[in-house]
Ligand binder design. Sequence first.
Ligand code: ADP
Ligand code: MG
Length: 493
Amino acid sequence: MASKTSKTYVPTIGLEIHAELRTETKMFCDSKNDPFASAPNTNVCPVCMGHPGTLPVINKKAVEHVLRVGVALGAELADFTEFDRKNYFYPDIPKGYQISQYKYPLVRGGALGGVAITRVHLEEDTASSGHDEGDYSLIDFNRAGVPLMELVTEPVIHSAEEAGAFGRELQLLLRTLGVSEANMEKGEMRVEANISVATEEDTVARKFGTKVEVKNLNSFKAAEKAIAYEVARHIEVIESGGAIVQETRGWDDSKSKTFSQRLKEESHDYRYFPDPDLPKLKISEIPEFSLDNLRKTIPELPWDKRARLAALGLKPADVHIYVSIPDVGAFFEETIAALGAGDPKKAKKDAILLASNYISSDILGLIKKKHGEGREAEIGRLPFGAAGFAALIRMIENKTISSRGAKDILAEMFENGGDPAKIATERGLVQKSDEGAVKKIALEVIAENPAVADEYKKGKQASLQFLIGQGMKKSKGSANPEVLKTILASLLS
Ligand code: ADP
Ligand code: MG
């Protein structure tokens, strides 16, 4: 019996990502933009409640945020743009339509981490509904009308991991630009994944398979798991002679499974048309939105920061920490500025690498021990600052203290702050470099270990290491090992 030949399938993924924008007020009214206000239905007004006769006004800051995202992505910014009504009926949308952008998005093209972007547009968020209170639903309009950015990628992602990496990089970008908190767990950032599979040949020819769209992904891990689940399901359906139906599916995190929600609606179902209540925008006529002005508002972007830190010779793991956890990155940058007496470019390479090692292993280690996992931002609340830490690093560098002594001093600073030089003196951790003191220790060590000293005299080099070790122990780590070595060697020569 000939076995069924299994083909190689390639997954194709396109992402649609929404992010709530950080502004004072909502997208089209002056209600406070605070979707997580503890009392429901408090940040509301007749405009975001959709009362008849009210008129929306465009939030300029929200437009600026999306344009800045466009600049960072190297995308094309619209000159002409307008808002459209996306009509549908659901209790979370009081007007019976959502104001969005259809034909003229603010941003087109660009790329992030090698993934081509189709578009980025601006719209308003819907109210949030709670269905877990028995046989009724509760609606909170605090979120209704909050500015929402939607970014759509081209179908160019080919694995769950790549999709997760894209989401994380976008989150980092949005936070760097200060346009969104982009917290997945809070729904400030929402990822929808469009997934299909096709044979390698067909994929190369861009003949993709039928796609499904998966929603309710409230973490990057969930997104990755859902994509992997769907890819396996598609292959199984196709291999067993079935066909994938185009539909929207939900992700059940507790079961680690997707489930069918509804058949996909087509865009013509929404009867998009330009919103007659809102002015059309000509971006070139708004001076603040000139490319030059927008560029001035862009801070160092994650990929530029990554390249700059890597060029310092830092370990990739350390670079990753400084780029992805801003508070730790800031502490590192302040430290190298202090090491260079105000100018990070003047900091010595060895001192920079030493500081980086102490930050990523020792300081973060102490934080983890005291506060637990994921609390790296505590680095901004330590009882010592980057200047005190840099002073400690300099003392290790010029061998005033040993690395063992440094760890004790750091532990003390971590608990109670203080000046590292003073702590070193108080604890007798300043390395003894003066010949007299070290010679005394050397003579004691030789007297206590005559046999080992003899071995060294007969040519066994390792014996010297042993004697240095004994001397360091005797001095409680305070002898300068270089000086100790020289003296021992000359006494035994
Ligand atoms: P729709 O009209 O169904 O919303 P779009 O063309 O607007 O589809 O694409 C929505 C998202 O789906 C985009 O991110 C796009 O890259 C992705 N996409 C489109 N076709 C496919 C496919 N066959 N497989 C995977 N993703 C796809
Ligand atoms: Mg679409």
